[in-house]
Write a protein that binds this ligand. Structure first.
Ligand code: THU
Length: 161
């Protein structure tokens, strides 16, 4: 028996002002598109914005439904849009923000488990790590260099072979 350890490092910034200009701009896009979320049930408007390796920008927002499980997270709306508009093109960076209409938006929130699974498959099939920027409308910002860091021991297509 051996004891193993999983760890990863991420960058923590006091505010989006401390990011590079490119990253700061992408996070401001994610913040801005929260206005296009359709979230009348949770009042939790999520926005995501990605820069593709070809320079294109793709955004996504959460889209809820009266049949609650039919709702989609912003990240997966974005990944589906990116795959459909620019098939096979990798994502370099995705910024994720949110506007909580019933509370604060002053700290990062992380993608849910299903979105983590979807992110890892997207980066595996495009063979490119996705950088993740997480921040509220204000406050500290986290920068994670690879989406797989958020999902240790992830299940992938290789496991089916
Ligand atoms: N949501 C996202 O869009 N992304 C996440 O990673 C977490 C949750 C959405 C789903 C739902 O519409 C609302 O936030 C509250 O859970």
């Amino acid at each position: 028996m051996s004891k193993e350890q999983y760890n990863f490092t991420f960058e923590l910034y006091d505010s989006s002002d401390d990011l590079t200009q490119q990253d700061s701009w992408l996070l401001s896009e994610a913040r801005s598109v929260t206005q296009f979320a359709y979230a009348p049930y949770s009042n939790f408007n999520v926005g995501a914005a990605a820069r593709l390796v070809n320079g294109e920008i793709v955004t996504g927002t959460n889209q809820e439904n009266a049949s609650y499980p039919a709702g989609l997270c912003a990240e997966r709306v974005l990944l589906s849009a990116a795959s459909s508009l620019y098939p096979g093109i990798a994502i370099e960076t995705m910024a994720i923000s949110y506007n909580n209409l019933q509370g604060k938006s002053d700290k990062p929130v992380s993608p849910c488990g299903i979105c983590r699974q979807t992110l890892t498959e997207f980066q595996q099939r495009t063979q490119h790590p996705i950088r993740i920027i997480l921040g509220g409308i204000e406050g500290p910002v986290q920068l994670i260099e690879n989406a797989e860091h958020l999902l240790p021991f992830c299940f992938g297509s290789n496991d089916l072979t």
